[in-house]
Design a protein around this ligand. Sequence first.
Ligand code: FES
Length: 344
Amino acid sequence: MIANYPLNTWYVAAFGDELGADGVVARRLLGTHVVLYRRSNGTVVALEDRCVHRAYPLSRGHRDGDLLVCGYHGCVYDGEGRLLRVPSQEYAPSNAAVRAYPVREDGAFVWIWLGDARAADLRPVPNSPWNLDAGYADTRETFRVEANYLLLHEHYLDLTNVFLMYPEAAPPGIEALPQLDEVHVSELSVAYARTLPRATLAEWEAEATGLPAETSCDRVEEGAFVSPGLHAQRYVIIPVEGERAYRLVRLQGFTPETDTATHVFLQLARDYETRRGIVADYLRAMFHRMAARDVEVLEAVQSRLDDDLLPRRDVNVKADRAAVRARRIAQSMVEEEAGLPVFD
Ligand code: FES
């Protein structure tokens, strides 16, 4: 069976602030066990997490400055994965090394390339469609879902579930999402936008923005499958009589652990109330609760798909337009890597 995720693309391996001066982070990414750490010059190292001697996980060893020492017999590796020393003999076998993977740190994320290393320089890391540098504050969270990564993309590309799953989050008086205004498809990405009917504020909107609950507002909701590894959403509240808009951006790195499990790296950034920790705590808690509910649903779907002996047989509706395009893009990337003819 061919995995349904492409290898030759950047995926998030960690948040930059997970990697400090000490310790390591171990993760299974695209089926490969990887150990990550930060060198004293600030650069990040990503190595195959398997000693060349007896396959002991290097992540269970310890750091010696910028070197990594295996916890079984003490073999020592540098940040390029080269075996430098074997404690029980004078010289290390020449050319012995674990794989070292290309990494890039950009904004909050550390990206990894697990495909053909020669192709890594040809593709830039995916970027948020919105500039988060200017005046945003953020919160971050990582979690794991026992579901295929495309189920996550599909889930967030069709937010018509919000009214059933999170009725408390919907603005008062709006009981269904309107059709998408537009779906923009490029070779490797899908983006959509939708305008909501004018309404006053939901409780969470009033709490987060500090606006009175009776403020009449327009809203624009946008989302994008930026790449197989990055999903972006933006929710903009525009008070009818206000002088500014209130933007909330949810970036999610989706990195397959395996075919049926995904790491999620959630960054929630807002350009309002940026100095108020209480607002950060409120939004973090609210989106954590929503993510937990999303996980429950997605794991139930994956479980049902796993139990079914027949091929997946979904009926698509209008709201699935963006999700269907995203699935096709990922599928064509996988087929191209496998050398199969690509049909669209
Ligand atoms: S398994 Fe790593 S040194 Fe032996």
